[in-house]
Design a binder for this molecule. Structure first.
Ligand SMILES: Cc1cc2nc3c(=O)[nH]c(=O)nc-3n(C[C@H](O)[C@H](O)[C@H](O)COP(=O)(O)OP(=O)(O)OC[C@H]3O[C@@H](n4cnc5c(N)ncnc54)[C@H](O)[C@@H]3O)c2cc1C
Length: 634
């Protein structure tokens, strides 16, 4: 399968990936491991996996994405585990659907681990260059041209250009071209795509100032430690050595009204408010000046001081993203508690870049206009490392499957956050940076991070990215979980089995025999404690469950929340009928006059694959869908 062939003057690869960011890493690694010859063309080898903004992986809903990528056989979880310097599970006080892993990463070590991972991936060639043009024949990709004047041929090309396409950085009225601090923009590629009929747009995002660590008085700040019981992201991370690096604290400080006043002084020089920045910014990750304007009544905003690495002397001021003039940023930040003597090493800045509204891609992330051309990451209008990595993985896998003439890979909304992400992008498109939230997933009780392997490992195994023993172990555990559920439902225990434990907890005692299934649904009771009341010699399954922490957790969650989970499965079943009613991609909606003009335009633009997808397209009404159903039936 491994072909790097010289064709005339051209070197030939199966797949070329442009951009070694978080999307590009997954887009290149997965197909290479599947046996395709892959070239990763990226501007700077040492910048592979560089974190443009916050030195952290995971977080609410993003942690879910990392677990999903990992279960499918991607690398982000492994890199995060290797280089994490603080691990926490967020939202632990809430239900398990929203528990989310997050780690503070050592920025340099993360990037170094990513370079090493790419260097050690078989069938993968790293080329330092910039892709400036696509080459096509009959609306299919055949190769690329680069800044250094090289041509490479390929059967699939995946663009993972991040914030680099015609990037412009802003601090106050100062503007400079660049893909991020210290790196040039990518030019040429947007124009080449426009020539092929693609439509581009402009988005913006921003980053906060970096502060010299020694200049901060940490003693007066609130400490935010990591968890005591640490959980790695990756199933493939050996628990015995984890964590691999010393763990550190983050700190918290707050803005105040004096600071807001200082920042407001700079509004007339803000590229955001003076109209210099045309790109739309992320609503959910606003700059500090945006926050002050939008949340006028808020007296203070919380800021996190996050170390950039074990050896780094920089602190990332999370929550203080800004494109105000540097002197205003400085004047404001030295009014923060603990930062009175702060040295601002680098001011915050905003960046504007080209993206391609994602109605132009299909659910495989292949573009609708050019066969074999895929878009992944920030280019599709998303924001965030995890969102990018998820798309990179899906694009890489689909490019490989297409070349290997195997069925495509599309995850449903009911299977994964990755399915939700891509379905949202393609169906609703986006006009502002899209980031993942748990609220975007309608089946979030099923899409938990703790069961990502149970949902997705089978695919990773099919792709050859997950080792057989891991897959077998999962199947063994699945059998145990089913056996456990039967045992909990069908075995009744006499009251005296549990009454001592219940009275110790000041809870009402049992009068009649009861099943574990019923008891564990009481919010105060834990499955582990209940099982510890049972004689394991009489019921060996109890011992087996207690010895398997993962099975125990799955059983506890799925028994406690059984009612809610069942309701979500019922909903999925109902929707499945719509999802399974397919619409041919060639279907032309233009003359369906009973559908609103806006509805027809959107349907023609997106070309939904199923009635389910058509129903989610924004602008379409329920009556449009009924018309469509009748038409398809006829
Ligand atoms: C200033 C700034 C602030 C940000 N703030 C946030 C934030 O607050 N929250 C958030 O979620 N996200 C933020 N991000 C975005 C986050 O960095 C991206 O979402 C994420 O890195 C996207 O991953 P990616 O793989 O798509 O691209 P990137 O990580 O940007 O990587 C792109 C890579 O592609 C290479 N490249 C680009 N074009 C070409 C080409 N034509 N040929 C060869 N190589 C090419 C570049 O050299 C780079 O290595 C910010 C980014 C920046 C720059």
């Amino acid at each position: 399968m491994f072909h790097v062939k010289q064709k005339g003057n051209m070197i030939n690869f199966d797949i070329i990936v442009a951009g070694g960011g978080h999307a590009g890493i997954e887009a290149a690694a997965a197909p290479a491991k599947m046996g395709c010859s892959v070239a990763l063309i990226t501007m700077e080898k040492g910048a592979i996996g560089r974190m443009s903004c916050n030195p952290a992986i995971g977080g609410s809903a993003k942690g879910h994405l990392v677990h999903e990528i990992d279960s499918l056989g991607g690398v982000m979880g492994i890199l995060a585990d290797k280089t994490g310097i603080q691990f926490r599970t967020l939202n632990k006080s809430k239900g398990p659907a929203v528990w989310a892993g997050r780690c503070q990463s050592d920025r340099d070590l993360y990037s170094r681990a990513a370079v090493e991972e790419m260097e050690n991936t078989p069938n993968l060639t790293i080329i330092e260059d910039s892709v400036t043009e696509i080459i096509t024949e009959n609306n299919s990709i055949t190769g690329v041209r680069t800044r250094l004047g090289k041509e490479y041929s390929c059967r699939a090309f995946i663009i993972c250009s991040g914030t680099f396409l015609n990037g412009i950085m802003h601090t106050g009225r100062n503007q400079s071209t660049g893909g991020r601090f210290g790196e040039p923009p990518a030019t040429g590629l947007t124009e080449s795509l426009l020539k092929h009929g693609f439509v581009s747009g402009r988005l913006k995002t921003g980053t906060p100032p970096r502060i010299k660590k020694e200049s901060i008085d940490f003693d007066v700040l609130e400490v935010q430690p990591g968890d005591e019981n640490l959980h790695p992201f990756s199933l493939r991370t050996g628990r015995s050595k984890f964590p691999f690096l010393p763990q550190v604290n983050c700190h918290i400080t707050y803005t105040n009204e004096v600071i807001h006043g200082i920042l407001a002084k700079g509004f007339d020089q803000s590229p955001l408010f003076t109209g210099i920045i045309k790109g739309v910014g992320p609503r959910y990750c606003p700059s500090i000046e945006d926050k002050i304007v939008r949340f006028k009544d808020k007296e203070r905003h919380q800021l996190f001081l996050e170390p950039e690495g074990l050896e780094s002397d920089l602190i990332y001021l999370n929550g203080f993203s800004s494109s105000l003039p540097a002197e205003i940023q400085y004047e404001a930040l030295i009014k923060l508690k603990g930062l009175e003597n702060a040295v601002m090493v680098r001011p915050g800045y905003a960046i504007e870049y080209d993206f391609f509204p994602p109605y132009q891609i299909d659910l495989t992330l292949e573009t609708k206009l050019i066969k074999g051309l895929y878009f992944a990451g920030q280019i599709n209008g998303t924001s965030g490392y995890e969102e990018a990595a998820a798309q990179g993985f899906v694009a890489g896998i689909n490019a490989a499957l297409k070349i290997q003439k195997r069925p495509e890979f599309v995850l449903k909304r009911s299977e994964a956050y990755i399915g939700v992400l891509i379905d949202d992008l393609v169906g609703k498109s986006t006009e502002e940076p899209y980031r993942m939230f748990t609220s975007r997933a309608e089946y979030r009780l099923i899409l938990r991070q703790d069961n990502a392997d149970r949902r997705l490992l089978k695919y990773g195994y099919e792709f050859g990215l997950i080792p057989e023993e891991m897959y077998k172990e999962l199947n063994g555990r699945e059998a145990l979980i089913n056996e456990g559920k039967n045992f909990f439902k069908n075995t009744r225990f006499k009251p005296d089995q549990f009454n001592k434990y219940l009275s110790g907890m000041n809870l009402s005692l049992l009068d009649n025999s009861e099943t574990i299934d019923k008891l564990v649904k009481r919010p105060e009771l834990s499955l582990k404690e209940l099982l510890l009341q049972i004689n394991g010699d009489e019921h060996p399954i109890v011992k087996t469950i207690l010895d398997d922490e993962t099975a125990l957790e799955q059983l506890e969650i799925e028994t406690k929340y059984e009612g809610y989970i069942m309701r979500q499965y019922e909903l999925i079943e109902k929707m499945e009928k719509l999802e399974n009613t397919l619409i041919p991609l060639s279907f032309d909606y233009t003359n369906l006059n009973t559908i609103s003009k806006e509805g027809r335009e959107k349907l023609n633009r997106v070309k939904p694959r199923s009635i389910g997808q058509a129903a989610r397209i924004s602008g379409g009404t329920p009556s449009d869908i009924s018309v469509l159903l009748v038409y398809l039936k006829n």
